[in-house]
Design a protein around this ligand. Structure first.
Ligand code: PXP
Length: 273
């Protein structure tokens, strides 16, 4: 099933889709040797030249990849809007208020995990999240919540006062790689429904985690999704083709998906008159 077949035709009204490049793993590589190379700031410059709209970086509690001075240099360079992924902690709130990125995406964080493993349980902590979000918003930042594509999380995100949700695409991506067709289609359907529900709730809809060239098109074809955040695959692919080419191919796939949406909608309208 494609996203198209499960949504009401609304391609002409689908806005362009932004690409946020997550540069965490440039920093992972740098930190492997403890020096300055490769520099995440240079990667951010390259990403913007190759068509990225935003730069995304996750400042983890253990600073395993991005570090405080990377965030300071990224905000000072002001290459593109910075999306700071962060845990819901007083330390991160203070850093966000001091550095003022364009946006903050609140994620769950566990020290032992290899990467962000699941969405934030917003439904279980609306009361404590609401003032945290309000403080970031008062500081001028857009606040997104990284959630699993579930109705109760969307409703809770609205109640907590978020501007946006970022739908966790990890389960869909894993199903696209290892699962059978029906599992993948089910996961895609969950994303489609969640995107629709979130937009209806007045939330901006983003998505990310595990996206690659093979699985991105159905996600980029969901009209309510206006931003994808992608990192690990593109940094890996850069080893073989270079960072610019790796990113510009993703850009082209996303733009192509959007173009196809608009085209099919125009065709439907012409056919219907
Ligand atoms: N969005 C969020 C909230 C994430 O935590 C991550 C991983 O850091 C990504 C997007 C990007 O995922 P990937 O590196 O698998 O493309």
């Amino acid at each position: 099933m494609t996203a198209r077949s499960a949504t009401v035709a609304c391609g002409a009204s689908a806005p362009p889709i932004r690409l946020g490049i997550n540069i965490d793993h440039i920093a992972t590589l740098r930190n492997a040797r403890g020096g300055r190379y490769p520099d995440p700031l240079r990667a951010a410059e390259c990403a913007v030249e190759a068509g990225a709209d935003n730069i995304t970086a996750h400042l983890r509690e253990d600073r395993r990849h991005i570090r405080d001075d990377d965030i300071a240099r990224l905000t000072a360079a002001n290459l593109a809007p910075l999306n700071l992924e962060m845990a819901v902690t007083p330390e991160m709130l203070a850093i966000a208020l001091a550095t003022r990125p364009h946006a903050c995406c609140l994620v769950p964080e566990r020290r032992q995990e290899l990467t962000t493993e699941g969405g934030l349980d917003v439904a279980g902590q609306v009361g404590s999240l609401a003032p945290f979000i309000a403080e970031l918003r008062r500081g001028g930042m857009q606040v997104a919540l990284f959630i699993d594509p579930e109705p109760e999380q969307i409703e809770a995100a609205r109640k907590a006062g978020a501007d946006a949700v970022e739908l966790h695409t990890g389960t869909y991506c894993a199903a696209a790689l290892h699962g059978n067709g029906p599992t993948r289609d089910n996961e895609l359907k969950r994303l489609i429904t969640a995107a629709h529900d979130a937009a209806r709730a007045g939330l901006e809809v983003h998505a990310g985690h595990g996206l690659d060239y093979d699985n991105v098109v159905p996600v980029a074809s969901i009209p309510e999704i206006v931003e994808l955040n992608i990192g690990h695959y593109l940094v890996g692919e850069a080893i073989f083709v270079g960072l610019s080419k790796s990113i510009s191919r993703m850009r082209a796939l996303m733009d192509g998906a959007r173009e196809a949406l608009r085209h099919s909608d125009t065709e439907a309208k012409v056919g219907g008159t």
